[in-house]
Design a protein around this ligand. Structure first.
Ligand code: LRH
Ligand code: MN
Length: 432
């Protein structure tokens, strides 16, 4: 438990006290229901307690689209304040003890001071994200026509150097992974040579791979389109897999749920990458059309359940080396980001809890005997069980809030920050 509490712990305790009796009753009732299904509720609680999802530092600021961004008063103005808001998500939700930084958005002069600030807030650092999809002031070469795959080796060298800098910063922060998403691609047929761009990508990534510190992994993030609107160099899981395989054992594939065409079967991609030993991690979010970066579970909670059904199956099968990095990657344009992140982390916990309720022996039997409806029912039934008392008990047991959104709103945290953080930010467009 961190020593810097941004919301009065006593206040949280008082709020919980009003809800404890009802929670206990709901929890015991659910325990009886699950016992009838041969499920030990305490074992599920233990599993959810051990599950953590990292939050994106860029997720605590108000997000925007290419049209506009509508800043919120009291939003964080720098990484130190972003960590404070991340700490509130952790204090109340107890599921997000690590944050995923993005460089240069989170670059500081004194990295050790940043690490101390995070530790004082009870936070650690997950994968570092590099950024060669924007030009920085004073940058020598532009990434307008690409970065790690640019036709000009000087631009590629600049992009490689940036990724090596991200590794160096990550090492100081205690991170053990680098996530590489590149926007490289084209808007016109013929604009780029498909094969040469992928060869450039592999050449560049080999230089980055060669400099990975001991115990680190390189996470390749694919994306179907945007900002490239005709062809994206790393557009799908297949390309990402081939590259990760070619790079070596420390390279794995990261699945951002929003980076697929709306009808794509993402849970099957997850199963494939598990089978191929290349599932490195996730960026959880939800979407209806494109890479909408909406709150996880806000549009299609069944989809996130189906992803966790594959992950729980992998654990149940004791798949060798199965250890994905779990992160949220969302853009909060119309909500208080702290509330959205608390709700989204809980949505991921809920999906895991429901996936743990699936009777895997019965499912295997139904699958092996082609009992289609029987198999489908086993999954659907698991999603019809209200596991909220489990998610609440995990929060309460970890010193968090049984009803975190009500506590957060009643705490007046955002108002306090609105007074403290005089707005410097403008309404420019873009996600941050
Ligand atoms: C690209 C992406 C990537 C991040 C960015 C903020 O769409 O998902 O993971 O670098 O969002
Ligand atoms: Mn992402």
């Amino acid at each position: 438990m961190s020593d810097t509490m941004l919301i009065d712990a006593e206040f949280v305790g008082e709020q919980n006290a009003n809800l404890e009796a009802d929670l206990r009753a709901d929890f015991d009732h659910l325990g009886t229901q699950l016992e009838r299904r041969g499920v030990d509720i305490d074992a599920i609680v233990k599993r959810i307690q051990a599950f953590h999802v990292a939050i994106p530092t860029w997720g605590v600021g108000t997000g925007g689209t290419r049209f506009a961004r509508f800043p919120m008063s009291g939003e964080p103005r720098n990484i130190f304040e972003r960590l404070e808001d991340c700490a509130v998500v952790q204090q109340l939700g107890r599921a997000t003890p690590a944050v995923s930084p993005h460089i240069p958005w989170d670059r500081v002069d004194d990295v050790a001071a940043l690490r101390r600030h995070a530790e004082a807030l009870g936070l650690g650092f997950a994968a570092v994200n590099s950024n060669t999809f924007q030009d920085q002031p004073g940058q020598t070469h532009s990434y307008k026509y690409g970065s790690l795959t640019h036709t000009d080796s000087a631009v590629r060298a600049q992009a490689i150097a940036h990724n090596l800098e991200c590794i160096a910063i990550g090492e100081q922060l205690g991170s053990t992974a680098l996530t590489v998403w590149i926007a490289d691609g084209s808007n016109f047929p013929g604009q780029q040579h498909f094969t040469r761009t992928l060869e450039h990508y592999l050449e560049s990534m080999r230089e980055i791979y060669a400099r990975l510190p001991k115990g680190w992994r390189l996470l390749l993030e694919h994306k179907l389109y945007e900002p490239a609107l005709y062809a994206t160099v790393i557009a799908d899981w297949g390309t990402s897999y081939v590259c990760a395989e070619s790079l070596g054992p420390k390279a794995q594939c990261l699945v951002d749920l929003g980076h697929h065409a709306p009808t794509v079967n993402v849970e099957m991609i997850v199963a494939r990458l598990v089978q191929l030993g290349k599932l490195g991690g996730f960026h959880f979010n939800d979407s209806k059309y494109g890479d909408d970066d909406l709150d996880t579970g806000a549009i299609d909670p069944f989809r996130i359940f189906l992803v966790f059904n594959e992950l729980v199956d992998a654990e149940w099968q004791e798949v060798d080396g199965f250890d994905p990095a779990y992160m949220l990657d969302q853009s909060h344009n119309v909500t208080d980001p702290i509330e959205s992140l608390i709700e989204s982390a809980a949505a991921v916990q809920r999906a895991l809890a429901q996936a743990l309720l699936v009777d895997r022996d019965a499912l295997t039997a139904a699958q092996e005997t082609n009992d289609a409806l029987g198999a489908a029912r086993l999954l659907r039934e698991a999603t019809q069980i209200d596991v909220e008392p489990i998610v609440q008990m995990v929060r309460a047991g970890g010193g968090g809030a049984i009803d975190p959104i009500t506590v957060y709103r009643a705490s007046g945290y955002r108002k306090r920050q609105a007074n403290a953080r005089t707005a410097e930010r403008t309404g420019h467009s873009g996600i941050v």
